[in-house]
Design a binder for this molecule. Structure first.
Ligand code: NOJ
Length: 513
């Protein structure tokens, strides 16, 4: 189990896709200086922590999740010194920064892989997972074949150009499958520890870890991968006890056991997250059903409670924009939920203004269907929405072409905007310890068809009832506790009496009890 990190208890994260956030040098691609310049905007919204998608040297076949040098900022984003300056400025503003660590694979252009492809044995021969012969295609795994002088097939993790690093097999079954404690597997693990040490000593506050649950192979129950991360955590605890780890794993019982502080609920795996936001009839669309989500959430929550946090993101660079399925006022209701749940909230850049999924784009850097959720941030109503001074055709991804596209500047000025609602909600979260990240939760209504989501949040002597009703109908919720002060309301006022609250359709409320 990881130690307690004070700032995490109040953290509200903002995820930045660096390519698309802010370009300060006019080349059409966002950069690190652009992020530093916009820190006051993020702070004004109320977020106090960042997660940056990978910003390291890469051929960008998977938008940077194909690293070719873990210790070097990609020149298109700036320099290592720019990144250090971002850490410093963030800390000065009392903010924290997580980098994206991609430990499962590299780009096939990484020098380690080039060495590993050589016939002659060298330091990197076992850095990746190779079979003994090119005619053995690594049954059960996708593999690269016929591209090396070395005789063998190499296991890939994601796209073809992302060979899997070798962390060993929990149960080796074939001669080429090495054990977790083999020399080659331990060398990969140590190399990744060194990468972490490199950035932590430059001032980063921790990592979001890509595909964290899949490092050890033939590891059905995750036992090997859990043990690996426990070892990494012990290593960090010696030198960087405050280093935060957030996993892309989606199974908090495993990741938190492995020493992660937090795990994401994801749009894949067992979470039913999509029932809320992204399916044919999402709960926040107004006529969906959240009950299976609640059941799954509670299963995870009970396993993780008191030891780590579960993060529910508004979206991320891999899913459709929230605004594609949750429209208008309902986005405010979705944020009332996201910002009143336990665990650190994560807001994907642009979701705070309801940025839309840009339809029908040609894939950019391995984005495919994800490309439409990665378009440039819309800052204002000027040329290129204030993202870049480059000619429009040079932008990394085309902007939302709609003239009525939302933008940050206009929304900041409009008291009824989504931006201002999100800001208000973060402020309320911060002002009430029961609503903050480590506070407890107990559901009183599970959002089954026709019903709202309602839950108590509590910590020490504070208890708050949150009710979120995206449906059109009003609903009478029985509470055995006396209603207190209404600290948040969206929509029409509820009717309150002892023992019951009548909640109007399309409304949300938080009240102390
Ligand atoms: C998950 C990342 O979020 C995604 O963008 C990437 O393509 C894959 N992992 C592979 O690294």
């Amino acid at each position: 189990m990881s130690g307690r990190v004070q700032w995490l208890e109040e953290a509200v994260f903002y995820e930045i896709y660096p390519q698309s956030f802010k370009d300060t040098d006019g080349d059409g691609i966002g950069n690190i200086r652009g992020i530093t310049e916009k820190l006051p905007y993020i702070k004004e919204l109320g977020c106090n922590a960042l997660w940056l998608n990978p910003c390291f040297e890469s051929p960008f076949g998977d938008a940077g999740y194909d690293v070719s040098d873990y210790r070097k900022v990609a020149p298109r984003y700036g320099t290592n010194a720019d990144l250090e300056e971002l850490f410093e400025e963030a800390h000065r503003l009392d903010m924290h920064v997580l980098l994206d660590l991609v430990p499962g694979h590299t780009s096939w252009e990484h020098p380690w892989f080039k060495e590993s492809m050589k016939a002659e044995k060298n330091e990197y021969t076992d850095r990746y997972i190779w079979t003994d012969s090119v005619w053995d295609s690594a049954d059960g795994y996708a593999s690269l074949r016929g591209i090396s002088e070395r005789d063998g097939s190499c296991v890939v993790n994601f796209f073809t150009h992302q060979p899997a690093l070798n962390y060993g097999f929990y149960k080796p079954e074939r001669p080429w499958q090495q054990a977790m404690d083999s020399e080659g597997a331990m060398a990969s693990r140590n190399a990744m520890k060194e990468v972490m040490e490199f950035w932590l000593s430059k001032g980063c506050d921790g990592f979001r870890v890509d595909m964290a649950g899949s490092l050890v192979k033939n590891d059905e129950d995750g036992k090997g991968t859990i043990a690996l991360w426990q070892d990494v955590r012990r290593f960090l605890d010696q030198r960087f006890p405050e280093a935060v780890l957030v996993s892309e794993w989606g199974e908090p019982d495993k990741s938190i056991e492995g020493g992660f502080h937090m795990d994401f609920l994801l749009h894949f795996g067992p979470s039913h997250y999509n029932d809320l936001f992204r399916c044919e009839k999402p709960f926040f669309g107004g006529n969906g059903d959240a009950s299976v989500f609640v059941k799954k959430y509670l299963e995870s929550y009970e396993k993780a409670a008191g030891r780590g946090l579960i993060c529910i993101p508004s979206g991320n660079h891999d899913m459709d924009r929230l605004a594609r399925t949750v429209k208008d006022g309902n986005a405010k209701l979705a944020f009332a939920f996201l910002l009143s749940m336990p665990g650190a909230p994560f807001i994907y850049y642009g979701d705070e203004i309801g940025m839309r999924y840009v339809e029908n784009l040609t894939s950019v850097e391995g984005g495919y269907g994800r490309t439409g959720a990665r378009s440039p941030m819309q800052w204002d109503r000027s040329e290129n929405a204030g993202f870049s001074t480059a000619p429009a055709e040079k932008l990394y991804i085309p902007l939302d072409p709609d003239e009525a596209r939302p933008d940050a500047e206009s929304q900041i000025k409009d008291p009824d905007s989504l931006w201002n609602e999100v800001r208000k909600l973060i402020g309320i979260r911060r002002a009430h310890k029961a609503l903050m990240n480590p506070g407890g939760i107990e559901f009183v209504c599970n959002g089954a068809a026709g019903k709202p989501l309602a839950y108590y949040r509590f910590r020490d002597d504070e208890k708050i009832l949150a009710v979120i009703n995206p449906g059109a109908e009003e609903y009478t919720l029985k509470t055995e506790l006396k209603p207190g002060e209404l600290i948040y309301l969206f929509g029409e006022e509820p009717v309150m009496r002892d023992g019951a609250v009548e909640v109007k359709g399309r409304s949300a409320l938080f009240m102390t009890i």
